[in-house]
Design a protein. Structure first.
Length: 286
């Protein structure tokens, strides 16, 4: 069985790209699932899949992260990886689907968990917003820019890989965002803002091959600071391309937990890549 991919919210589960894409397990938070039931849920996943990778957005409630660490501690398992991501909700859902696709391949659990950081750099996640007054998760120096902007304006915002903001239709400068230099698919989720800018202006300039619409994640208005938005995420959608990307990175062995990894940090124990022997002073938080 492939490594299990789990999420902390059903918002993070997009429809599969093909029939072979494995599903994701949803682990509800402490407000809706008692601890003993949560333990049983994860134990069952471990028995069926051997290893579990849980994707938890950085914006998730602190109680949700505490629950995950509590479950891992009580199960005394080193086969549970907790992957945090700062991507906005739709971008995080795209990352989860990519991990689901790759989980059916020949990658070890350690490579799969550490691949999340690599894949994040290839997800162009943003939104069109009707207001940026409460946008505080994208460091684009808004204070010096919003003064003098009239009500009713629309803004294109990119959260990553490189944060950026433009005023759409301002006539005073570029009104597009710098996108990927490779062919992508675009996932689109509409909130309470009427605009076709992502499909009519952004998609052609970003070499978008196909556009898929989905429901707006429940957490998106809170993340972006307004319900007047259209969220989007351009990404690599083809499994062979994703497989080649991950395969091209040199594999290492974690000096702490001995899991295989790519990049500079273990996806399971969070230890940084090092050739030195671990000591009590340098041991990562488990």
């Amino acid at each position: 069985m492939p490594t299990a991919i789990a999420v902390t919210s059903p918002d993070l589960v997009l429809p599969p790209t093909d029939p072979q894409t494995p599903p994701a397990a949803v682990l509800p938070g402490p407000a809706t699932r008692p601890l003993d039931a949560a333990l049983a849920d994860v134990q069952l996943l471990l028995e069926r899949h051997g290893h579990v990778i849980v994707v938890c957005p950085a914006s998730a409630p602190a109680a949700t992260e505490r629950r995950l660490h509590t479950v891992r501690s009580l199960l005394e398992s080193d086969r549970i990886a907790i992957v945090r991501t700062a991507l906005p909700p739709l971008g995080a859902a795209v990352l989860v689907r990519q991990l689901r696709q790759l989980s059916g391949c020949d990658f070890s659990p350690g490579v799969l968990a550490s691949a999340a950081r690599l894949l994040t750099h290839y997800v162009y996640a943003g939104a069109v917003l009707g207001s940026v007054a409460k946008l505080d998760r994208v460091p684009v120096g808004l204070t010096s820019h919003v003064k003098g902007w009239l009500p009713g304006a629309q803004f294109g915002v990119l959260a990553g890989p490189v944060p950026a903001l433009v005023r759409i239709g301002s006539g005073g400068g570029p009104d597009t965002l710098t996108g990927p230099e490779f062919t992508t698919d675009l996932v689109l989720a509409r909130g309470q803002l009427q605009t076709d800018w992502p499909t009519t202006a952004l998609a052609p300039r970003w070499q978008v091959r196909a556009v898929q619409e989905t429901a707006l994640p429940e957490s998106s208005p809170r993340w972006w600071g307004t319900p007047k938005l259209v969220e989007f995420a351009a990404h690599l959608a083809d499994l062979p391309v994703l497989h080649q990307l991950v395969s091209s990175v040199r594999r290492e062995t974690c000096h702490w937990c001995r899991m295989e990894l790519i990049g500079d940090r273990c996806g399971f124990c969070a230890a940084p890549l090092s050739t030195a022997e671990p000591t009590a002073a340098t041991a990562p938080t488990r």
